[in-house]
Design a protein around this ligand. Sequence first.
Ligand code: NPG
Length: 368
Amino acid sequence: MKLTGVELRRVAMPLVSPFRTSFGTETARDVLLVRVVTDGAEGWGECVAMSDPRYSSEYVDAAADVLRRFLVPTLAAAPRLDGNAVGRALSGFKGHWMAKAALETAVLDAELRSAGRSFGRELGAVREWVPCGVSVGIMDSVPELLDAVDGYLAEGYLRIKLKIEPGWDVEPVRAVRERFGDDVLLQVDANTAYTLGDARHLARLDPFGLLLIEQPLDEDDVAGHAELARMIGTPICLDESITSARTAAAAISMGACAIVNVKPGRVGGYLEARRIHDVCAAHGVPVWCGGMLETGLGRAANVALAALPGFTLPGDTSASRRYFETDITEPFELENGHLRVPDGPGLGVAPLPEVLAEVTTVTEWISC
Ligand code: NPG
């Protein structure tokens, strides 16, 4: 393939309800979309960086900047253009995993669309439908939380994840267990809000039979997670700490996690995400697909990834309406708690032109 140019497109997508985590509240997604134009097909990638560097050091203005100044020009000059070559071509630049992932995804999409192959097939999907969970933000009160969980269970979600932080942990978990029973698959996500000194407090979650506790400690503190794992009964899952297959292997061998959340944006793309899946599978460590409030474009790729055999736990791959009134693609809809894995060429979905035009705030064309 030959790269003709790359479009960076910013879209503004209001969320159906505010989403509060231990690091902040999102009320709208400011999404950066990457469209690569080649001598064959076009391809799309969604950058999962948020407006502010609170989940990680990345943020959407920085992603746009590094793409336009460094990543796109370097890729344009590379001798070979296909999905597998992108990571290597960009490896001279440190970090910026979310920006790199968006560009790699767009190139892969273009390549697969020309070849008539689907993302799922390319990655090694073995399922046509994937089981879905939902991530429930921190609320102002327990009754408000119970209403939200009630609504999601009624829609058919197969697993509930509660966002927690100091002051919003044991009581909400207890309330959800008391109201909905022990059979509900339930897990919690702290987004690094605790320290090892909170170990005894976190052990108070042990009686509730949680599937896992996600990223309780700082992302740098892999050794702390290994220690915490010896002090609490709930299995530890890492998210922010896992930035590559290599860090996944190291965390597993240190005993820092029993489960891994795979987010392609966090690790530089779907090909590295697949390598993490493979490393975890080799160690018997279950993985699940995380979410970053993606539009239908990012969701399509996540659902394909979640169809790989090692993804044995329901992911944060919820239906479009959990996030947006109107998605930029045909909406993903839940059927019996599952989403269908797209099987068309590439991502198998594309933005709807009228919707895309309506939500676009800026477009920028980079000629190659
Ligand atoms: O369903 O896409 C979703 C959201 C899942 O909780 C979710 N994502 O830390 O995993 C996370 C969290 C997140 C949301 C992270 C927004 C960053 C920004």
